[in-house]
Design a protein around this ligand. Structure first.
Ligand code: SAM
Length: 270
C-alpha cells in the first residue's frame, strides 16, 4: 500500500473509538426515529426500498445502517478494520441486516462480488484517495447496468481556506489543484472530537477539483444525471461558520459566496 494511504489508515484506525464515543456521532441515540442521513442525500438518492446499496468508505457504518432503515439492502466497505468491527457490532445491537467488508477501496473488486442498484459515498471520502480515475473505475464496476452512482461531498473550493481556529475571515491557504498536493498534516483532534489526541497524527489529503471528479466518472462509463452545488455544509469546519440547524452550517459573512457541498448523480446504461 502507498505509504501515505497506510499513514491515513493508521490514523483512521485510531479515530474509530474516538468517533464512536463522540457527541458528534451520538451513537447512544442512534436508531431512535430516523437514521443519520442528511436531507440532501435522502432527497437526491430517493426511494431505496428493496434496492441493493453499496456504501464506499462507510466509516463505522452509521449512514450505511441508516440506508438500511430506509429500506435498502446494504453493504458497507472501508479499509479500517476497527471501523468495520464497530459497524458490525452496531448492526447486531440494532438488529439491522447489513453486510460489511474490510478492504482498501482500490482492492474492493477483488474482495466483493456482485453489483448494486445504488453505489453511495459521502462527506469526507474522496480527499483520502490518491487516484480518482481508479476510484471511479471501482465505483462504476459496482453499479448494475441501469443502476445509480451518487456522491455528496465537501466542495473542494471550500477546502482551500485557512481553518485555523483563531481565523476570522476567508483566507486562502491550501491548494485547489492536485499537482500542488497532497497536503501533509500532523495534528491532534478530528472533526468529531477537537480535543482527541493521536499517536498516529500524520495524514495526507489529496485535493480533487470537481472537474477531476466529473471527468473520472464519465471516463469510467457513467452518465452524469446532475451536478449540484450548495451554499451550505453540515459541519463547522471554519470558525466563522454558524449552525442553522442540526445538519446545516453556513458562512456568516460570506453566505452564498462560496460553494460548501456538491453532489453528483450518475447512471450506468442498462
Ligand atoms: C470521513 S470518513 C467518511 C465519513 C462518513 N461519510 C460518515 O459520515 O461517517 C472517511 C472514511 O474513509 C475511509 N478510507 C480512507 N481511505 C480509504 C481507502 N483507501 N480505502 C477504503 N477506505 C478508506 C476511512 O477509514 C474513513 O472511514
Amino acid at each position: 500500500m502507498d505509504e501515505r494511504v497506510e499513514a491515513n489508515r493508521r490514523h483512521w484506525d485510531e479515530a474509530v473509538p474516538v468517533h464512536v464515543a463522540s457527541a458528534t456521532y451520538d451513537v447512544a441515540n442512534f436508531g431512535h426515529g430516523r437514521g443519520r442521513l442528511k436531507p440532501v442525500e435522502l432527497e437526491e438518492v430517493g426511494d431505496v426500498r428493496g434496492k441493493s446499496l453499496l456504501h464506499l468508505q462507510c466509516h463505522f457504518g452509521l449512514d450505511t445502517l441508516s440506508w438500511a432503515m430506509e429500506g435498502a439492502r446494504v453493504t458497507g466497505a472501508d479499509f479500517s478494520e476497527p471501523a468495520i468491527e464497530a459497524a458490525r457490532k452496531l448492526a447486531e445491537e440494532h438488529g439491522i441486516d447489513a453486510r460489511f467488508v474490510v478492504s482498501d477501496i482500490y482492492d474492493l473488486p477483488a474482495c466483493l462480488d456482485g453489483d448494486f442498484d445504488i453505489v453511495f459515498t459521502s462527506y469526507g471520502a474522496l480527499n483520502w484517495l490518491p487516484d480518482l480515475e481508479r476510484w471511479a473505475g471501482v465505483a462504476s464496476h459496482f453499479v448494475k447496468p441501469g443502476g445509480t452512482f451518487y456522491v455528496v461531498e465537501f466542495h473542494p473550493v471550500s477546502m482551500i481556506f485557512d481553518d485555523d481556529p483563531d481565523g476570522t475571515d476567508l483566507k486562502v491557504r491550501y491548494p485547489y489543484f492536485p499537482e500542488f498536493g497532497p497536503i501533509r498534516s500532523e495534528d491532534d483532534g478530528t472533526y468529531a472530537d477537537l480535543d482527541a489526541t493521536f499517536e498516529n497524527k500524520v495524514t495526507y489529503d489529496f485535493p480533487h477539483p470537481t472537474s477531476e471528479v466529473v471527468t473520472a466518472l464519465i471516463d469510467a462509463g457513467l452518465q452524469i444525471e446532475f451536478f449540484h452545488e450548495f451554499p451550505f455544509g453540515n459541519w463547522k469546519f471554519l470558525p466563522f461558520m454558524e449552525h442553522v440547524d442540526r445538519y446545516t452550517c453556513r458562512l456568516v459573512k460570506n453566505h452564498g459566496s462560496v460553494p460548501l457541498l456538491y453532489s453528483i448523480k450518475a447512471t450506468k446504461a442498462a
